[in-house]
Design a protein around this ligand. Sequence first.
Ligand code: GLA
Length: 429
Amino acid sequence: MRKIVTLLAGLLAVLSLSAQPRRPDAPLPKWEGLAETPQMGWNSWNKFATDISEDLIKATADKMVELGLVDAGYVYLNLDDGWHGERDEQGFIHEDPVKFPSGIKALADYVHARGIKLGIYSDAGTNTCACYAGSNGHEYQDAFTYASWGIDYLKYDWCYTQNLNPVGAYTTMRSALKRAGRPILFSICEWGSNKPWEWAAEVGHSWRTTGDIGAHFLADPITYDENGRPRWRSLGVLEIIDINEPLRAYAGPGHWNDPDMLEVGNGLSDAENRAHFTMWCMMAAPLILGNDLTNMSAETLAVITNKDVIAIDQDPLGVQGLRLRKDGDLQYWFKPLSDGAWAFCVLNGGPDDVTVALDWEALECKDELSGRSTQFAKVNYQAKDLWNAKAKPFTTRVKGRKRGQTVGARTSVVVPSHDVVTYRLTPVL
Ligand code: GLA
C-alpha cells in the first residue's frame, strides 16, 4: 500500500511539473539544431564593405551554385552592414531602396530557389558599426521583420552599445528570434570583449572571439594617434590563431568559437590562403567566405572547395583542434575526428621553408578534452596528404627495412614558408 501511495505521489509530482506553464516573462531558448557543425557560407563585408546591392548578391548566389560551393556545404549567403534604409513611423526597418529595389523578401525568394539561405546583419546598439540603424529598442520588431522576409541567419554586432549589458542584450535578441518563429542561426559578434565563450552557448550558435580580421598573414604594426592612444588595426591570421586557440574547451556542436570570416582570395599568397583555410578547419571555425566569388582564381577555388579539409571542419565529433607544440615559427596541430582518425597539420609562420621530422612517437598527442590519444607506439595510421593529391599515402609506423630503406614510413617533410602540410591519419586495422 505504502509503495502505491509513494508511486502515486511521484506521478502527481511529475504531472504537476510538466503541466506548469512557462512563466510569461521567462526568456525564450535559442533555436536548437542549426549549427551542429560550424556554419558555412559567404558574407559581403571583407571584400565589399557597405558597397553591396541586389545585383551583387544575386550574382554571388548564382556563382555559389555554378562553382559547386553550395554542394561543398556553403549554404548561407549573408548580407553584412549597409543593407539598411530608414525606419518608418512605426519603427519598422526597411532596406535601402536604391541598393535593393526589389526588396529583401524578393532577394530571399531568389536565393531560396537556388538552395541557399539568406543571412542579415544588425547591431545590439543604437547604430551599426557603419552607422546605420541598430536594433536597440526594436529587437522584437526587427526579428519579426527578418522572419517575414524569410531570413535564416543573423549576425549581431556590438557597436554603439553604450552601457548595455552584453548578456542581456544578446539574450533579448535570442528571445525575439525565437518568438518570431522562424529558425534563424544567431551569430554573436562582440569581438570577445565580454568573454562570450563563458555565457553565450545558450544564447547563440557562435561568438566572435577576436577583433576584425584583415587580409594579412602577419600582425600589422601598432601605431598611435596624437593623444598616444593605439589606433584601430585589423588582426592578422597568425594573431587570431593565438587568441582563439586557448578557447577550445568552450566550443562544441551548436556553439562555436568564431575567429572571424575568411580572407581567402583577398590578396594573401596561395600558400597563405591554404594555411589560413586549414587552420580555420583545424579550429572547427565557421567557414564564411569573404572574397569576390564572381572573380576568383582557380587556386582560390581549389582551396575553398577542398573536400577533405572541409571534412575536418565539419567532423561531427565537433572538437576544436589543439596546438600540441609551438617551436618558434612552427606549430604542430591535432584534431580528433569522429571515426577514430585525427587531422594533423604543421603550420610554418616563418619566412623560410623548413624540413620537419615526422617522428610520430615524439608527436604523441593526448587530448584531455576529448579523452583521446594518438597512441602512435601502438596504433598504426595511414597518413593521407590533403593538399597534395599526388603524394602517396604512407603509414606512421616503420614496418621493416628493405635494402637500407624504411618501408611504409616517411621521416620528414618540407613545410614551405607561410604554408601548412596537412594529413588525415586513419587507423590501419
Ligand atoms: C564590425 C564587425 C565586422 C563587420 C563590421 C561592419 O567591425 O566586427 O565583422 O560586420 O562591423 O560594420
